[in-house]
Design a protein around this ligand. Structure first.
Ligand code: SF4
Ligand code: SF4
Ligand code: FES
Length: 309
């Protein structure tokens, strides 16, 4: 349907639907009024609240943090809450389907059990050799350089878009998938983790990094720039080095005891709250708002402006 047919003031949403009760699959069209900055999630919510309350989809944070609103938009795995309709519409049409690679539960809702089980198999926590470390936690030192080695891989929000984009994950049900492989690398690169042999063995198993075809569609789909394909390449390098006996991992030293015990800080809160309304006396005692001279801003604001340019 052309933009003219969709309407200048509306967008045509073509939603792939599925009813588990009847087993019926069909595509339903909804006309949604255009709004500046409207996301695909906004359009779906418009349908849900105004046009068709039977439409099912998942979302929570609406800010690209929870990873629950993944859908296929015009054939590409995307977060519905971070995808602007204006950026993806084709001739006024936006097609929304459930993520591939996961069984469909209803409409746009998919079953993420495989993603979550593989995430668990990848052991997504710091593992220490000494069980006493868990009972009496200590502080382990990580240098800024070591932190940069795994920071990017720790930004994963488990949205599963990378797995949905991966042709191997879609075909091979035993493949761990880019999300879980990224978790393995994230902890392998973390100097606090001591499960090195276990993680190398997991990465070298037939259903792990050597099953990957390195097409990098996972990285192209990732909304957090985690770059799972690079994690998989690094895992391959680590497993090869381990086979050759060349893999070395620097583990974190325990921080020395503090010279002085930490001072306890008592927090104080305002005496008024939003429910009861503002307390005029407390407001009168509050410091006046900052009077900022635009010609001579405080250094922190000046830096902010430069960064935004
Ligand atoms: S690079 Fe590997 S994990 Fe990523 S999409 Fe391609 S086959 Fe899948
Ligand atoms: S690596 Fe990226 S695409 Fe994959 S689950 Fe994590 S955030 Fe989502
Ligand atoms: S609703 Fe949380 S990431 Fe989209």
């Amino acid at each position: 349907m052309s933009r003219a047919a969709a309407g200048r003031d509306t967008v045509l949403l073509r939603v792939h639907r599925y009813s588990p009760e009847t087993g019926r699959r069909w595509v339903q069209e909804y006309r949604v009024p255009r709004r500046r900055g409207m996301t695909v999630l906004d359009a779906l919510l418009y349908v849900k609240t105004r046009l068709d309350s039977t439409l099912s989809f998942r979302y929570s944070c609406r800010m690209g943090a929870c990873g629950s609103c993944g859908v296929l938009v015009n054939g590409e795995p995307r977060l519905a809450c971070q995808t602007q309709v204006a950026d993806v519409e084709r001739d006024g049409v936006v097609e929304v389907a459930p993520l591939p690679g996961y069984p469909v539960v209803r409409d746009l809702v998919v079953d993420m059990t495989r993603l979550i089980e593989n995430h668990r198999r990848a052991v997504p926590t710091v593992v220490r050799r000494d069980p006493g470390d868990e009972e009496a936690p200590r502080e382990y030192l990580v240098t800024p350089e070591q932190h940069l080695g795994y920071l990017q891989y720790s930004l994963c929000i488990m949205c599963g878009l990378c797995n949905a984009a991966c042709p191997v994950y879609n075909r091979n049900l035993r493949y761990l998938g880019p999300q879980a492989l990224t978790v393995i690398y994230r902890f392998l690169a973390d100097p606090r983790d001591e499960a090195t042999e276990k993680r190398i063995a997991m990465a070298a198993s037939p259903d792990a990094c050597y099953a990957c075809h390195m097409a990098a569609s996972c990285s192209a789909a990732c909304p957090k720039a985690v770059d799972p394909a690079s994690a998989i390449q690094r895992l391959r390098a680590a497993t090869l080095k381990a086979v050759l006996g060349l893999y070395r991992k620097e583990t974190s030293p325990v921080a020395p005891p503090l010279e002085k015990p930490l001072r306890r800080v008592e927090a104080s809160y305002p005496t008024h709250n939003l429910v009861e309304g503002a307390d005029p006396e407390a407001e009168a005692r509050a410091p006046p708002p900052l009077d900022i001279d635009p010609e001579n801003p405080p250094p922190v604001l000046a830096a902010h402006r430069v960064a935004r340019r």
